[in-house]
Design a protein around this ligand. Structure first.
Ligand SMILES: NC(=O)C1=CN([C@@H]2O[C@H](COP(=O)(O)OP(=O)(O)OC[C@H]3O[C@@H](n4cnc5c(N)ncnc54)[C@H](O)[C@@H]3O)[C@@H](O)[C@H]2O)C=CC1
Ligand SMILES: O=C([O-])CC(=O)C(=O)O
Length: 353
């Protein structure tokens, strides 16, 4: 059996997919010397596009890239996968409401959760990029629960985190590497709460609290939050398409940190199933009830997939506990919890139809 890592990208023929495949292939996540097999998955309509991407990847002549498969069947896509970047979904069409999009996309993630349980390794690590990312990840984890632990599922809020770091760096007049411990709480939507109150900025060799370093607490509680929260929408308006290479880069950062860990004293934002921290509803396991058609006696319900500050060590994330939250922060977090609970209920309804 091959010792190469098997890495799946769904929606590989899409815009994010096009950037993501190259960043992964050239070692941005797993290292330049780690052998990988890339599995590019999309719908049958995209076969030619997938095959052209496969050809371009071959033409990059990368010595660590020992295989590239272009597939349109779930079984081929999910078999023996070690890492999955899930960026395949239905784009919003004219006249579609948010709810229509949610229903269509969570059904894709129900199906892919089942596929993961059936074909992937029990150790697979999954990153959901496609919107509504947090709720898609929740549904995917729920339908994969008979084989893959919920903690192996995550959703992408690293793009929001990176946007927040970049805004603080610009305002403080430093480079992005001098900013740490920014937090994006909640949903990848405009109820998210980008929080700079625990962040620090190193300026001229001295570490300061971010509000002090930027010297404008009004900016931290207003413009900073709206700029980060609305960034995706502003880019869509200008580009007539979603952020693509920044989203792909964020997906790589997320998976790289999950594998290699966070430095001592630093945390990053990652959407993961809640363990009940900060009042965010946690998961449940109950015996004696049927959950999916797969599991006879175990009812497994992941926690809300919520963006938290996390530290990572040995490939395992831990939610940073005990950070002090003022009333302003508590209110913002309550709003994004409420939105995610509504999305979860709609998604569960759509999956039962
Ligand atoms: N979490 C985040 O930070 C961000 C998330 N996004 C989301 O990422 C997703 C992908 O964005 P783009 O690449 O710009 O979209 P895109 O429309 O260019 O690509 C999506 C691809 O998914 C494919 N697809 C559709 N149904 C599929 C299925 N059932 N299985 C596999 N593939 C399927 C399509 O054929 C298409 O190639 C969207 O949902 C977008 O909203 C975008 C930016 C940031
Ligand atoms: O709304 C979208 O599809 C784009 C998006 O997630 C972002 O840029 O953060």
């Amino acid at each position: 059996m091959s010792t190469a890592l098997r890495v799946l990208i769904t929606g590989a023929a899409g815009q994010i997919g096009y950037s993501l495949v190259l960043q992964i292939a050239k070692g941005d996540v797993f290292g330049r010397d780690t052998p990988i097999e890339l599995v590019l998955f999309d719908i049958p309509l995209m076969t030619n596009a997938l095959e052209s991407i496969q050809m371009e990847l071959i033409d990059c002549a990368l010595s660590n890239l020992i295989g590239v498969e272009a597939v349109t069947s779930e079984k081929e896509a999910f078999t023996n996968v070690d890492f999955a970047f899930l960026a395949g979904s239905m784009p919003r069409k004219e006249g579609m409401e948010r709810n229509d999009l949610l229903a269509a996309n969570v059904r894709i993630f129900k199906s892919q959760g089942k596929d993961l349980a059936e074909f992937a390794k029990p150790t697979t690590k999954v990153l959901v990029v496609s919107n509504p990312a947090n709720t898609n990840a929740f549904i995917c984890a729920k339908y994969a629960a008979r084989k893959i632990p919920a903690r192996n599922f995550s959703a992408l809020t690293r793009l929001d985190h990176n946007r927040a770091v970049a805004q603080i760096a610009l305002k403080a007049g430093v480079t992005a590497d001098k900013v740490k411990n920014v937090i994006v709480w909640g949903n990848h939507s405009n109820t998210q709460f980008p929080d700079a109150s625990h962040a620090t900025v190193t300026k001229n060799g001295v570490e300061h609290k971010a509000p002090f370093a930027v010297g404008d607490s009004n900016w931290i509680e207003n413009e900073f939050i709206t700029t980060v929260r609305d960034r995706g929408g502003v880019i869509i308006e200008k580009r007539k398409a979603c952020s693509a290479f920044s989203a792909a880069k964020a997906a790589c950062d997320h998976m790289y940190d999950w594998i290699t860990g966070t430095p001592l004293g630093s945390f990053i934002s990652m959407s993961v199933p809640s363990d009940g921290s900060y009042g965010v509803p946690e998961g449940k396991i109950e015996k004696g009830m049927s959950w999916t058609s797969f599991s006879g006696l175990v009812f497994s319900f992941p926690g809300l997939v919520f963006s938290f500050p996390v530290t990572i060590s040995d490939g395992e994330w831990t939610i940073v506990k005990g950070l002090e939250l003022n009333e302003f922060a508590k209110e913002k977090i309550a709003l994004t919890i409420e939105e995610l609970l509504n999305e979860r209920d709609e998604a569960l309804g759509a999956c039962e139809e």
